[in-house]
Design a protein around this ligand. Structure first.
Ligand code: HEM
Length: 223
């Protein structure tokens, strides 16, 4: 998909060149990943703004600060997204293409196919996992470079490498934590203390803390 992504980025930058300014999130960081995911699934983009609003409301519930109101808003958003996705899935069943959604509809394992609920959850996952994250990687990374002139100069001189992208993911990545549940009691030694995490407990794994662990990264934050 690289040529298509390049084309989308060039389009966003072309208007910036003309006007001499860019609102990074609105004009590049959001539209590019959103279009890429939509292309991947061959999703119509006519209701792109609604799809964006729904996936942002749903994504917000991943935060540990989520309250009852956020969950209620997400329920309403999913309630609107489901019939819309159902229509698209039914249409794709009738007219399959060479897109990822058609492949998901066609995939069969031991005679089992994904039902509409499973297909919808996967499409919702892709929109959330695939676009909100990338929007924030682009936003956080450009902010980090603009506030760290030395690193910006290095990237300009040597051009952007995958190692630089990994470093930007480590420094201030879009996913700061994730959740795990142990299936058995787990005993950990934390700084000499024996800690037991009970089977079935909810564990917030802080990726951000791990990415700034000074015993692993020599200079976790640039002074
Ligand atoms: C900068 C961009 C991205 C970041 C930082 C990111 C981060 C993550 C993280 C941390 C997880 C693991 C969550 C966990 O194990 O609890 C994850 C899972 C996942 N991501 Fe991404 N992601 C990004 C982009 C994408 C894109 C572009 C797609 C799809 C096109 C995607 C699809 C997925 C899927 C399907 C999973 C679930 C995998 C599984 O459960 O086996 N992500 N992502």
């Amino acid at each position: 998909m690289r040529p298509r992504i390049q084309e989308l980025v060039d389009e966003s930058l072309a208007s910036a060149k003309r006007t001499g300014k860019i609102e990074l999130v609105e004009e590049l960081a959001f539209p590019v990943p959103f279009q890429v995911i939509s292309d991947l699934l061959a999703m119509p983009t006519d209701r792109g703004d609604e799809l964006r609003e729904w996936s942002q409301i749903i994504t917000a519930t991943l935060e540990p600060t989520t309250g009852v109101e956020d969950l209620e808003r997400a329920e309403i958003a999913i309630g609107k997204m489901r019939p819309y996705l159902n229509e698209i899935i039914e249409d794709r069943r009738r007219k399959p293409g060479d897109d990822m959604l058609s492949s998901l509809i066609a995939v069969e394992e031991q005679g089992e196919k994904l039902n509409n609920d499973e297909l919808m959850s996967f499409v919702i996952l892709l929109y959330i996992a695939g676009h909100e994250t990338t929007v924030n990687l682009i936003g956080n990374s450009v902010h980090a470079l603009l506030t760290h002139p030395l690193q910006l100069e290095t990237m300009r001189r040597e051009s952007c490498t995958s190692n630089m992208v990994d470093e930007l993911l480590r420094f201030n990545g879009p996913v700061q934590h994730t959740i795990r549940t142990p299936l058995v009691d787990v005993r950990l030694n934390v700084a000499g203390d024996e800690v037991t995490i009970k089977k079935g407990a909810l564990v917030l794994a802080s990726l951000a803390a791990a990415n700034h662990d000074a015993t692993v990264f020599c200079e976790p934050t640039y002074a």
